[in-house]
Design a protein. Sequence first.
Length: 578
Amino acid sequence: MKTTVFLSAAFATAAYAQNASTFVNPAVPTGQPIPGNYSGGLRPQVHYSPPQFFMNDPNGLFVDADGTYHLYYQYNPTGIGAGNQHWGHATSRDLYHWENQQIALFPPEESVFVFSGSAVVDVNNTSGFFPNQTNGVVAMFTLARYYPNAAGPQTQNIAYSHDGGYTFQLYNGNPVVNSSSTQFRDPKVIWYEEYWVAVIAYSQEFAVGIFTSPDLKHWTFASNFSYHGLLGAQYECPNLVKLPVRDSRGAVTSEAYVMTVSLQPGAPLGGSITEYFPGDFNGTHFIPFDAATRLTDFAKDNYAAQYFYGVPDREDAISIGWASNWQYAQQVPTGNLEGWRSAMTAPRANYLQNTTRLGLTMINKLVDPAPVLDVRLNATTFGNSSLSLDFSHVVSNALYIEANVTGLNTSLVSGGATLNLTFTSPSSGESLRSGFFFGGDNPFWIDRGLVRGFDNIFFTDKFSAANIYGGSGSLSGDGLASWRMQALFDRSICEWFADGGVHAATVLFYPTQPLTTVSLASQALPPGSTVSVAIWSLKSAWAPYANEQGTVLGNVSSSGGGAAGSKRHMIYEGSFSS
Ligand SMILES: *[C@@H]1O[C@H](CO)[C@@H](O)[C@H](O)[C@H]1NC(C)=O
Ligand SMILES: *[C@@H]1O[C@H](CO)[C@@H](O)[C@H](O)[C@H]1NC(C)=O
Ligand SMILES: *[C@@H]1O[C@H](CO)[C@@H](O)[C@H](O)[C@H]1NC(C)=O
Ligand SMILES: *[C@@H]1O[C@H](CO)[C@@H](O)[C@H](O)[C@H]1NC(C)=O
Ligand SMILES: *[C@@H]1O[C@H](CO)[C@@H](O)[C@H](O)[C@H]1NC(C)=O
Ligand SMILES: *[C@@H]1O[C@H](CO)[C@@H](O)[C@H](O)[C@H]1NC(C)=O
Ligand SMILES: *[C@@H]1O[C@H](CO)[C@@H](O)[C@H](O)[C@H]1NC(C)=O
Ligand SMILES: *[C@@H]1O[C@H](CO)[C@@H](O)[C@H](O)[C@H]1NC(C)=O
Ligand SMILES: *[C@@H]1O[C@H](CO)[C@@H](O)[C@H](O)[C@H]1NC(C)=O
Ligand SMILES: *[C@@H]1O[C@H](CO)[C@@H](O)[C@H](O)[C@H]1NC(C)=O
Ligand SMILES: *[C@@H]1O[C@H](CO)[C@@H](O)[C@H](O)[C@H]1NC(C)=O
Ligand SMILES: *[C@@H]1O[C@H](CO)[C@@H](O)[C@H](O)[C@H]1NC(C)=O
């Protein structure tokens, strides 16, 4: 039955005897990574950011058979604003330490940009590109043509890599999905039982097209997923991903699919955001379980997340998003001050959980930050109290914080019961604040309005989520609730995770002076409540790769994943096991 979707394959011809050419702008270096200076005061130390210039969407995320994670990204290697799109590339063994690689994808012509897309490992040589290997990589992406005064068509194309994803060759039979539309983009490919499936956005028609292919070269339209959820002004970067469904004890009880759609512009808070729909996918059609629209993040700086190809079934998916928003991505001060713009979010492990009141919710759990934990600066337990810690000696200016509140008798919680987490600069008085109100609607809130290094009308300063007790199954049998908060603070980006990722927020902030004091304070918690706190300093994930001049060169071996790559991997593993 499934073979019926491949009828059109018979009509296509596979003509790629010679290689398609690429255009290399003389200003864009080939063969070696662009060097980076990761020491600037706003430069994240445990998040990925490009060595220089402008980055946006994560692309082509896959994990190879050796356990190396590949992150490609929309990259302008010649400027600090969007444009001149290539695929930058970095690799990691632990999702926190990233080694920069040479630019992986170049356009075929000067007037064409390489837009977003995805990558898969063609382990069975379905494409025929890989006669003698099981680690061949095929990337599928949009090529966007530009005329002097107008946008040209956006078509879907592929490129193949014989060296595990370090260098690619454009397929001579491109495009593999043709179009005359100027708004058709961002293919994300997955493997479904016995064929490939791609989801591609018809951006301004609010449709995600689902296509199938036996070989990554010949694609057949299967169905549309149209007009679901918030529309904004465009749909972009769709993903279709199979996730485990876990019960409240964490056991995998089943699996379900999630369709994600990124909206830009027109998010509820302005600009860019990502919505998702849990549902059934039968190989050609995606049907959401309910009519609800759910968002992956309750702040404003997490867009176009992609899910790694190659994570085994029944394991949590792993995703990384672009930690910015098109409303101000090209204005943030890191461009003029430090020559780079945009970081990726920290990696998240994703699964579905039936949160009783909200239905199936996609959990965004911070991937264990153990590889970058340094010194536990404080670990303490209190009821109603506070703790304040000067971390100006922490060279990375990065922290990981956990606070677990247990034994909460919810029937005794008053409106004034709060737990706050605040980061302050004693010299400038700036602060980044957050907190939880245990009573009422249980809002969890974040305020970046007292940080003053970036003035922009769209740089919304306050965010909040309604956090419902029991929503994550945290109400214990004796009626005592617990609540958990984690924060990953990293110079100019902070991510919060409530209840292990039932709610998550990614927030950029640009202080004029580093924030170097952290405080946690609780008040009016009912008797019997306990706050258990741990604060860790973080090791810079970039410092180990800097030379004596402080420059991070990345993998400069010309053969991509060669000997230097292995040497670097030893450094990763050393820090991973510590
Ligand atoms: C195509 O490119 C690959 C990889 O760069 C190279 O090994 C091969 O020789 C090229 N083939 C032709 C026909 O140019
Ligand atoms: C790297 O950036 C820092 C901070 O902006 C600066 O002090 C340092 O001189 C730079 N290093 C190099 C090699 O340019
Ligand atoms: C590869 O082939 C095996 C054996 O036929 C099959 O089970 C698997 O689904 C295939 N996977 C891919 C990605 O082609
Ligand atoms: C891979 O595909 C090509 C083209 O179909 C074919 O010539 C080659 O024999 C295949 N290799 C393997 C190992 O299946
Ligand atoms: C693949 O292996 C076969 C058999 O060893 C060999 O004849 C052929 O040249 C190889 N092809 C490539 C592209 O390496
Ligand atoms: C793709 O579609 C355009 C517009 O319909 C057409 O001009 C072009 O010839 C097509 N290209 C291929 C390779 O079919
Ligand atoms: C799918 O959606 C696209 C974009 O709106 C549209 O052009 C196409 O006709 C739709 N296909 C079907 C079968 O509805
Ligand atoms: C997939 O679902 C669609 C829509 O419900 C249905 O038309 C189609 O027959 C289903 N395909 C299979 C293989 O079950
Ligand atoms: C979630 O749990 C509720 C309450 O037990 C149940 O009614 C509902 O069907 C479940 N939803 C899913 C999608 O499993
Ligand atoms: C942690 O902070 C509390 C409150 O300031 C203090 O009493 C305690 O000694 C600190 N613990 C450690 C291990 O530094
Ligand atoms: C936390 O901050 C909120 C908002 O400013 C405030 O109402 C509350 O009193 C604070 N709680 C503590 C313990 O400082
Ligand atoms: C918070 O709870 C989690 C999950 O039970 C546990 O792993 C972690 O160690 C706790 N942290 C603190 C500071 O108590």
